[in-house]
Every structure is written in C-alpha cells, then in structure tokens.
Design a protein around this ligand. Sequence first.
Ligand code: PLP
Length: 441
Amino acid sequence: MAAHEPETATDTLLARRQASVSSGVPQGTRIAASHGLGAILTDVDGNDFIDLSSGIGVTTLGHSDPYVVQAIIDQASQLQHTCMHIATYEGYVALCEKLVALFPHGEDTRAVLLNSGSEAVENAIKIARQATGRPSIICFTGAFHGRTLLSMTLTSKVSYKQGCGPFASNVFRLPYPRVREFHDDPDVVAEQALTLLRHAFRDTVSPTDLAAILIEPVLGEGGFYHAPVAYLQGLREICDEHGIALIFDEVQTGFCRTGSWGAYQNLGVTPDLSTWAKAMGGGLPISAVVGKAHVMNAVKTGTLGGTFGGNPIACAAALTTLRRMEELDLCSRAHAVGERLRVRYQQLADAHREVVDVRGLGAMVAIEFCVDGDLTRPATEAVQQILAHCRKNGVLMLSAGVYGNVIRALPALVITDAQLDKALDALHAAADAVLGGSDHE
Ligand SMILES: Cc1ncc(COP(=O)(O)O)c(C=O)c1O
C-alpha cells in the first residue's frame, strides 16, 4: 500500500486475521464481511457485493431473512441448548418430521441431526456399515465430501488433503460419470461407467465387502456435472442386487437448489441414505442424514449423535428456513434463475472460444473455460482473473472443478431478476476484459 493511502477497515481486519488465524483456512478473496441482506453482502468498508456464492451454497433463502432472525431470537430466549441424549425437545423432533416428509426414502423414513456436511457424511457411512455388516465404500473422482478424516478420505481433490494421511481404509474410487469426458451422450456415459463398476467388482473390491456406494448426484465443488439418470438407475439396481447401501450426498444440491427439494427427486432415483446440510439452517450450522427406516434403525444406540447435533436454535432456524422456502416456492424460482444463468452463459460461450461447456441442473449452473477451447488446457488463471474482475465490480462468484477452471453460481434464490442481470453483466464485462472481447461475429 502507498504510504499516503489510509488503511481501510478491510485492511485492518485482514491484518488481524493474518496475525491470529491459521493459514490453513482458505482465503479465497480479500473481502471482509460486515453484514448481509437477501442476495447482497456488504463489507466492513460499506461496499456491496451481489453474492453469487451464498457462503458456498448456504444462504439459499438470502442473508438474514427476517423470519429466520426472529425464530433464532425467540428460540435463544427459550432454550439454547440441551443435548438430545439428555432430554427430548420439540424442535429436533419437528425438524426430523419435516425432513422425512420432504425426503421420503420409501415407505418409512428416519432422520438424525448433526452439525456439518462432513459429519453427516461420516454418519451415513457408519450407518451403512452397521446396516450391512461390511466395511468398504466406493466413492468418485471430483467428489467433495468434507474435511474430517473419513470425509476427507472420501474427498477427491488432492490439494484438499495433501499431508493429512494416513487416510481411512476400505475406500475405493471410480471415475465420476462425466458427460463430455467419457462421451457426449449421457446414455453411453452411463453404460461405460456401469461397466467400469462391474469390472471393479472383479479387480478392486468384492460387492460382498461393500457397505455403500457414495455419490453426489451433481458434483458441487467438482464442477456441477450431474450423473446421467441411467447411471443412477443402474447404481440403484446394482446396489439392490448386492445388498449395498446407495448414499446420495445432497449437501450442496439440497433444498431447492436444483429445482426440487433434493436432486434425487429431480433425477427420479431414491437412495437408501442421503446427507443434507448447507442451506438447511439458513446460515446456522446443522446437517442431517435421512434414510430408509430399516437402515437408519439398524445401528447400535450410542453410535450416532453428539453434544451439539440438532441444537435447538439451529433447529428453529432450519424449520423457519424450510417454511419460508415453501412459502416463496424457491423450487420454482430455482428453475427461473437457472434458465437466466444458462442464457447468459450460452451468450458467453457464443462470444468466447475459451468457453467449453455450460452445464448443470436447476439453478446449479456452471461455465467451464479452457485455453483456446483446448480441453487439455484448463484456463485456471483466466478464471481467477475473471472472478477478481467481478469482485472489483461488486459481484462475488466462486470457481470449481479439479483445475479451478469452472465458474459456478450459487445465488440466493430470493435474488431479484435485476440483481442477477447486473451480476451477469459484470461477468460478461469481466470475460471480455480478460479474454479480449468477442471472438465471433
Ligand atoms: C457435497 C458436499 N458434501 C459435504 C460437504 C462438507 O460439508 P461441510 O463443509 O459442512 O463439512 C460439502 C461442502 O462443501 C459438500 O459440498
């Protein structure tokens, strides 16, 4: 900083961060947040950002929905904590009732509440292992399942786990059935990927040792690829044939993001177990495993739970968040937001040969960049520059993908059309600035 420039409130907070917070916590931007309202995040210097990150897919209902704020205040003044192991309280039960109604997994469904997405994934694996009496898990490339030891083992991207091993045993990884990487036709992708799975049963892990196959129906951090429906149907059949639990990680896809409450409902395949977090608490930390009752109850008492899981304030926030999502019909809104994103991304694709793909489900739409459109040369640097340019112009977006060459939008679904258009105008301007205007007439 030049000597004459006064230090901003952002500079001060970032300096305090550097002096007190471990450098292991990622710092994707230099934004220092003060407050948020709806789709707008305001920094400590009073600058507004149209927030297309939603704190990584959490504030789907927008920042500080007034009904959620009131529910938190009311619950905090009534009961802030008692552990569900000690005393039963209504909020926990009501939230489980709501989740099993929203996410039926067959005739009889149960839920357990936890604190984070990682914890939900860990517990889904524990449940599957106890229910099947088997140790092994198949997961996928491109997956992000969290940062606790087992969930980190299941996470794919090397840079998130380097030096943290040894990892949990009995975890095997197959290529995620990515359309375009395997083939352009989703049915061909499904067939090839199912063949790989059957082959893995012979040369990698016996199906009789498998407790679960764990998959994100849409890769979140992995770049918004969604698995072909025929592949998920095939997984369902194979899991049924071999008594393997099928687990969908819906931590990022859940709660209206893909145009239905869960992506599995959009894709028409029901798992045995599913994991939920992020948008569920409206910003408070809470997560869940939901599943078929006979699987969820095939566990020894004492193997699930925790001091804070399903905290009363987080339950109150979640119940109100879900009610508001229903009232505002955010599933329908996700389709409209997704359509707007797609149209503007496609215009970018028409203008810049660097854009190699526009993909996603519902409002979960991403755009991928490669140098000169060459699929072997991910445009990681250009994407970082585009995102920095967007931030300079008041728009906050995230990258994704193994190479960080994908831009993903996770806006609050209460975002107005005008806000979304303004954000996408900024993205277009940023792409023109970084990629050098339009390639095509
Ligand atoms: C699909 C998926 N699963 C699990 C997690 C881990 O959730 P958490 O960060 O709450 O532990 C994430 C987080 O981004 C996620 O996207």
